[in-house]
Design a protein around this ligand. Sequence first.
Ligand code: NDP
Length: 323
Amino acid sequence: MRAIRVERLGPPDVMQLQDAPVPSPAPGEVRVRVEAVGINFADALAVAGEYLTRTRVPYTPGMEFAGIVDALGEGVQGVQVGTRVAALGGSGAMAEYATVPAAALIPVPQSLSGAQAAAFPVSYFTAYHGLKTLGRGEAGEWVLVQAAAGALGTASIQLAKALGMNVIALASTDEKLEIARTLGADVTILQDDPDRVKKVRDAAGGKGVPLILEVVGGKRFQESLDMAASRGRIIVIGNASREQANLRPVELMKRNLTVTGLWLTSLMNDAPATAEAARALAELVGSGKVVPQVGPTYALDQSVQAFEDLLNRRTTGKVIIEP
Ligand code: NDP
């Protein structure tokens, strides 16, 4: 089969398309014929060696994917060969076949296409945990969504609206803001608007925003603090700027702010939180209230281009690779 291989860490062009043996499922694993791989900012950081965990090479990237169950390892029960599944594994999905522990499979409505199913797990579980599990957002509350046309951003807008919240969306271009509006964002503001802090505070009734999903980091982190309401909750989810942010705890004291980190990988080990998110998301996706946003789609031999486009802010929705 064809698979992407990374032998040394670096920019996207360290990825190479190679021939590899079709993997056999170990006990407790399933093998999936990969239909679509969801590419996350985290995949690009992992290839660069800048992710939260150390990347061991050589390896095949790709943590999120969907496809058809093709073979079952010893002891696997309750999974049918021939059904479409999504999966959230550690790596290995940028290939024609991938193996994954059966426990890492995520049931998806069979109405979703392979690409929609691959666009679902990371962005929607993260958005749910940001808005509800950690963010404790309530219907009628304002939430600020940064990088609003991206994979996580589009998921966050849809979920927030489905949960009855009011959304302020920030993004870098008018085209991206138009996508945010189409998904239901109530207020859209260019992220480089010189008056952005005042505009965001004014939009939320002049008092600032009670809940902020922070994904940019760097000097923008200070702005998130300035945009927050008194007692505001800032959920730190990403650092797309790849710059260091400064946090002076005294500033949190003055306005009773809460800053909470969110990492989906560790939250997936929290069984009750995962079960609650899965229940809520299954209902919303099943009823069609939220629809995973498929962005540009690339072939396996265009993987370098896909990563470069994602890193250079040229994409909206979830970047998909179809082997
Ligand atoms: P996106 O599809 O949102 O793409 C990244 C977007 O970030 C860009 O399109 C761009 O939108 C925005 N951005 C802002 N500043 C920069 C910059 N300096 N350089 C590049 N992009 C920038 O990607 P994802 O949905 O995969 O991820 C979004 C963020 O959420 C990332 O930081 C990611 O690491 C994080 N994340 C974290 C998770 C967790 O478990 N903690 C899980 C999922 C995502 P614009 O042009 O509008 O500014």
